[in-house]
Design a protein around this ligand. Sequence first.
Ligand code: SF4
Length: 361
Amino acid sequence: MPVDPSHLPKAEFFGLLPDEFHALVARWGWPKFRAKQVRDWVYQKMVTDPRSMTNLSKHDREKLLDTVNFESAQIIRRQDSNDGTRKLLLAWGTANAETVMIPDADRRTACVSSQVGCPVGCKFCASGLNGVKGNLTAGQIVEQIYALNRILSAQQERITNIVFMGMGEPMSNYANVMKAIRILHDPQCLNIGARRITISTVGVPSKMRELAKEDLPLNLAISLHAPSEPLRRELIPWAEHFSLDEILGAARYYFDQTGREITLEYILLSGVNDQAEHARQLAKLCKTLRANVNLIRYNEVESLPFKRPTADDVVTFQNILRNAGVNAHVRKSRGRDIDAACGQLRRNEQQSEDQPVQISV
Ligand code: SF4
């Protein structure tokens, strides 16, 4: 019995590489240049309603309307910080994810999510509090950047850099993350250079080694957060799966294969991992690989016991590293007047289903 086409699921435009979109339209008998016309409308002119794609025939516009989903996320929350940081909570049915745009000089960095929630469960993070609910598709990852571009287009700006540092562990959604990166990187799509894309992982050695063999010079960051195994396991429950030695071995392999220096991310938690002895241990560990250290002053999360260290404590920590010859930077705190911590906006949204919370939208 022939299948009723109206019952077939629609293709997700943002999850398709150019070749896949070509293959789709070729099945309809369209010439290749028509696929390019559609991509130009979407990526260059920011038009996602087929009815407005005026250089397509009425018949072709209807075909697109019937068979392809373009923007499918709903923006259910938006927060604008005084420092220009923009934070969105996007929803696809019951799945939702945060995405953030951080402006800095001429950079516009998107901090994107790879999963709904997070399986890693860092004790200090709002995203990991309720575990992981599922993976985001490649299209849902790309759509986060597209949603930020739509906001930026009012100032004729675009996202220039991407960091996978939002909700989720990108290495545990590897296939979708890599496909999204290829779409984001493709000159026919968003054309973002691989050197401007950073994957941040808590450390999954087999996937780090796989990443080293991809033909893309991506930046790799490791969320270290503690300089010793016992403290790391206390702060990051997932750390019990892989030893620090295995993770650092995979990081060295990544450097050897790609020539790209690794970044070690280190969230400073007052009185927990920000003491002089921790800085000395961290400096020692850094000597074993080519790595920069990114120090991040903790943004407090309501209901969690961790505290933000003082600015003086952060400088002292940084100086110990620098005096030991380690390249250590302090990341600027952004969006402090909104729900700056990862997963906080989503968590507040979930709580608001039970009790109203004060969020500026
Ligand atoms: S800090 Fe990152 S890895 Fe840890 S729970 Fe939060 S989102 Fe997951």
